[in-house]
Write a protein that binds this ligand. Sequence first.
Ligand code: C2E
Ligand code: CA
Ligand code: CA
Length: 586
Amino acid sequence: MIERTVASLRLTQTSETIRVLLRDFEENASDWLWETDAERNLKHASARFAEVARRPAASIRGDFLAFIAGEDDTIRKVRKNTGDPYEPLRLKFEMQRPFRDIVVPANMDGEQRWWSLTGKPITDQAGVFIGYRGVGSDVTAMHQSRERIAYLARHDTLTDLANRTEFNNALGQLLADGSRSGAALLCLDLDQFKAINDSYGHGLGDSVLRAVAHRIRSAIRDRDIAARLGGDEFSIVLPSNNEFDATAVAERVIDRIARPFKFDGVTVEIGVSIGIALAPHDGETSEELYKNADLALYRAKDAGRGTWRLFDREMDRHLQERRSLQRDIKRALLSEQLFVEYQPFVALDTHKITGLESLVRWHHPERGIIAPDEFIEIAEQSGHIGTITAFVLAESLAVAAQLPANVSIAVNLSPLHLREAWLFDQLSGIIERSKIDPGRIEFEVTESAVLETEGRTLENLHRLRELGCRIAIDDFGTGYSSLATLRGFPFDRLKIDRSFIVDLERRENDAPIVKAIIELSRTLGLRVTAEGVETARHADILRAYQCHDGQGFLFSPPLPKRDVLEWFECDNTAHGMAPGQVGSAI
Ligand code: C2E
Ligand code: CA
Ligand code: CA
């Protein structure tokens, strides 16, 4: 009994001594000391602790964790998604293990602080656990700057949306979860953003991006994540692969962004196209999902912008096909799989052939004959379009050499090729070698090519024209700024797009447009050709409107070189033809 009393006295003494030493420590450090009993209840709160806790030392008692968390559990509610922030600390206490620098949120007097805690279990002389003792420090400032840095690393500074890294993480997590509800990926592309940036400057461009981000955020729900991946490229990921859900979000985003923006008196209108892919159906990995959403986006843009498209397997098949064509096109050039067909244009009053348009085809060893609509774009993208044009031009001029000198030859030029500085030397070299009068050569370009301000487009056109070649504007009426285009370059010929001609008999509205285009062109001194003349009635109407030439199936489809040559041989006196005559003669 005496022994026990002595032991306990000694213990009180030691702890008294320790406390004195520790108080001394506290006064010289920013840290403070804390102490609990075996039940995790606080005891002996020091003056420093009271200061940090913003309450009298006497009131610092009760369960330590509950004390840090504060009375209300707002902190816990706020940080719901990230789990219980006190879990690591609680585990240490339960297992009676020492711990070091565990950072926890501390709710002191309604303000959220961050404390770093270090503690060690203490035992009595008999080795029985009697509580914890440790130090704490307020690391709020450091924690906040660390959080800020982490935040910056995950967010786009301009718009405050998630950045690519954060977005990829979120998407990756959704996919990895193998979660029952899947995910939807929406890829967005702002229509005409480049134009706004170019015409109003980057300052306004940035404002537009910020405003767009704001509208995207307002159109999605809390659980959805929007990101800016760079430039004007935005993405949204939804934690569900419900198709209706995803398209509803897409609708909402399109609708919000379509409303005009106002910045310092400037009103800006911008549209957005959206491609959607659903996981795991359309892709189980981020890459696959991106690829397919992107493909759907491409389709959405094709469909006229300001709209969304869901990915489907058909698109993928189409893409595979394009890929394989892209691979094959080089071989096509080397092994002479390309060939040219010629379609005449005919003077509507005399029925004489005035020229031939050269149209390229691809005889693919496995797929048979492929139309230019299916491979010209691929050739443009893979940088082969210049070589193709050179081939078509050389072929056509070789044919022209065997035809009467009053038959001209028309070759299509791609806008992408037309931008290139080397285009003129390349083409003029071929023309020179052919010894064909440049006056017989016509180049067809579309409106969009002439509107193009990049590169050497206009310079190239002017130089070709100075050489003596003529320039025709192709597919007229399908672009947007038709009149401005006509003023922008001295064209020699205008070809009215066949979409206007096809319905000439039926659609009342097209007739006045066609009539007006013809009149306008004549006023500007242009020769006018109507494309897609398919019936005698078309030809009659066009003749009445004083259109110069017609081209179309009524006169002849595009024909191989052999047929064209033969045809001029049969009738080399007057190259006249009645409507339908050529087609039936062959
Ligand atoms: P385009 O310049 O508008 O060529 C006329 C297209 O209309 C040809 O299609 C021709 O077969 C078709 N066509 C002619 N008459 C009629 C008709 O009465 N009715 C209908 N429905 N269609 C008719 P094709 O040969 O498939 O060429 C498609 C497009 O491919 C051409 O359109 C042209 O933009 C492009 N293209 C063709 N060859 C070349 C080339 O060598 N270089 C470049 N850059 N593009 C080419
Ligand atoms: Ca053409
Ligand atoms: Ca055309």
